[in-house]
Ligand binder design. Structure first.
Ligand code: PMV
Length: 324
């Protein structure tokens, strides 16, 4: 059977950097995210005896991902008790490898399409656990709205779940794409050195409290306190990257320029905060009434080559529009 799924990459406000179990991709701490409405991965999967080997067509995405995708197809085949080979075609409507977490939507869409194409039905929790094994953050793209990846001790306890619906709070993530150059160290590889930072243990002790606090601030919709917290969290994660061995610098000149501008705009009274993942693109977080003002400012900056406006989106789901 052929099945197509759509998933959105997610943006973590409280982030996942470092694992307590590499094989199962169990993170050191829990994390909190939203799915990004303006960014979409669409993936079609078909298992068939017409195929003598797996074929994976990823359009513009990293070819190094192919091996991971075949490994994920193997997980699905084991669950479904089948040995059929598969054809996978996947496309993104946003740049990959630049800080927009394309692997989160990629493995979420692959999980939802693959499981259904293999003829099995899993709960949202089971889909999240499975997606996590492909790419950790992919577990957060399975549920919709505001999402928590629970810090479980075992594979069965490490999954993501919706904590508030997408409509709970209409905050906006304006992504400023500052270069289409792909990162030189993939996230999965970067994660391996997190523990080498002398500050990793200190960060780990702070995370449970941060998660509780951000959940409270989201619940009460306290924008400036929320913004202060998530901006400091992004800088703390990058402090770990900068002080790891080997050190990781994911920012470009465009990223730094915008970090400074966001602080300046805030000093001038504009309610905007930033967060950055692994890659140069920067996420500007604001309330809905400030979107036009911020877009206008970004359009005047030559380093910004594209703007993507996102609101909290739904989770991964099946669609009838196939790619082949
Ligand atoms: O799931 P991965 O291996 O792509 O790691 C995601 C890492 C960050 O995007 C930097 C942080 C996060 O929690 O999304």
């Amino acid at each position: 059977m052929k099945v197509t799924a759509i998933a959105h990459p997610n943006l973590a406000f409280i982030k996942y950097w470092g694992r307590k179990d590499e094989v199962l991709r169990l993170p050191t701490n829990g994390s909190i995210s939203i799915n990004l409405s303006g960014c979409t991965t669409k993936t079609t999967v078909e298992f068939s005896d017409r195929y003598s080997s797996d074929s994976v067509n990823l359009k513009d995405q990293h070819s190094s991902e192919v091996e991971r995708i075949v490994k994920h197809l193997d997980r699905i085949r084991i669950l479904a008790g089948i040995t059929l080979k598969a054809k996978v075609v996947s496309e993104n409507n946003f740049p990959s490898g630049t800080g927009l977490s394309s692997s989160s939507s990629g493995f979420a869409a692959l999980t939802v399409a693959g499981v259904s194409a293999a003829g099995i039905s899993l709960s949202e929790k089971e889909l999240s656990i499975l997606a996590r094994q492909g790419s950790g953050s992919a577990c957060r793209s399975i549920p919709g709205g505001y999402v928590e990846w629970i810090n479980g001790a075992t594979s069965e306890e490490s999954y993501a779940t919706s904590i508030f619906g997408a409509e709970h709070w209409n905050i906006v993530d304006i992504v400023a794409v500052v270069s289409t150059e792909k990162k030189d160290v993939p996230t999965s590889q970067g994660q391996l050195s997190a523990q080498t930072s002398p500050f990793f243990e200190i960060r780990a002790t702070r995370m449970a409290k941060k998660i509780l606090l951000v959940k409270q601030l989201i619940k009460e919709k306290k924008f400036s306190e929320f913004g202060e917290l998530i901006e400091a969290e992004a800088l703390e994660m990058h402090a770990i990257m900068l002080t790891s061995t080997p050190s990781l610098v994911y920012w470009s000149q465009g990223t730094l320029l915008l970090i400074k501008l966001v602080k300046k705009w805030r000093n001038e009274g504009l309610g905007v905060y930033f967060t950055v993942n692994t890659g140069q693109d920067i996420h500007l977080i604001c309330e809905a009434h400030n979107v036009d003002k911020i877009k206008q400012k970004l359009l005047e900056i030559p380093e910004v080559i594209k703007i993507i406006v996102n609101t909290p989106a739904e989770g991964a789901h099946v669609t009838e529009e196939h790619l082949f």
